[in-house]
Design a binder for this molecule. Structure first.
Ligand code: C5P
Length: 236
């Protein structure tokens, strides 16, 4: 899979397999790229991953691994058998851990899912980072450095806020992929997201993939909302 393709990824933040499949049943034409996060994975396990894959969707398995390199390597080996298209780790696990993740993820034939890193969670404020984690740099410097570390380890890109995608590209080059949640339509509410932007603006700033949850999953007509995202982000 080409790292810097553009697509809209739907965050399937549902608690059960039934709800997820009922939601995906609505998409009869085009099969969207979907993100499976911890809630659904811990609740429904490998079976839901396999079923969504069987239905023809691409999958971003968002489990954000962060452990000692050996454990991450072995866990990634297990995940690579699931045939997902993209997965991730925390960049704060160090370059060594990220290298181990790639090693574990790479199959015998040399193929592997895309691997991206979380820099700083968008829920972490600069104040919490400095006072609780004792990281004295400002948050954007940290994000730049973590992105550079991910690139050095050989990862394909990072998850970041769309508002950070520009400087990540500046730091790591345009081929380094940015996957950005925090997307809202111009006329909709923010929910609990803080640093948000529209699909159109995200594309202009440099997002390769946008991750969209509630603006699609909670819409009256999710297929129409998805198509509108594609229209704005992909210019379709
Ligand atoms: O519903 P909403 O569009 O806010 O969903 C965004 C998705 O992206 C959720 O699954 C959320 O956990 C995820 N995410 C995020 N911010 C990050 C990393 C992941 O919103 N920094």
């Amino acid at each position: 899979m080409k790292a810097n393709a553009n697509d809209v990824i739907i965050a399937c933040d549902f608690p059960t397999a039934e709800e997820t499949l009922r939601f995906l049943d609505k998409f009869t034409d085009r099969k969207p790229f979907v993100k499976i996060g911890m809630e659904l994975y811990y609740g429904a396990g490998n079976e839901i991953v396999k079923e969504i894959k069987r239905r023809g969707h691409k999958i971003f398995l968002d489990l954000k691994l962060h452990d000692i390199p050996n454990t991450v390597k072995k866990s990634m080996r297990v995940l690579s058998n699931l045939e997902v298209d993209m997965t991730n780790v925390h960049a704060s696990g160090t370059i060594e851990m990220m290298k181990a993740a790639i090693e574990g993820l790479t199959r015998e034939d040399g193929t592997r899912p895309l691997l991206i890193a979380v820099t700083q969670l968008t829920s972490t404020s600069e104040e919490a980072m400095q006072k609780q984690l004792l990281i004295n740099a400002d948050i954007n410097t940290t994000i730049r450095k973590y992105a550079a570390n991910a690139k050095e380890a050989g990862l394909d890109g990072v998850v970041c806020s769309p508002l950070e995608a520009g400087f990540v590209k500046e730091e790591c080059g345009t081929d380094f992929m940015t996957v950005t949640p925090g997307i809202r339509f111009a006329d909709s509410g923010k929910d609990d997201q803080v640093r948000i932007t529209t699909p159109e603006k995200a594309r202009q700033i440099g997002s390769d993939y946008i991750v969209v949850g509630r603006p699609i999953t909670a819409a009256e007509d999710p297929v129409a909302a998805y198509n509108e995202c594609c229209r704005q982000f992909l210019g379709e």
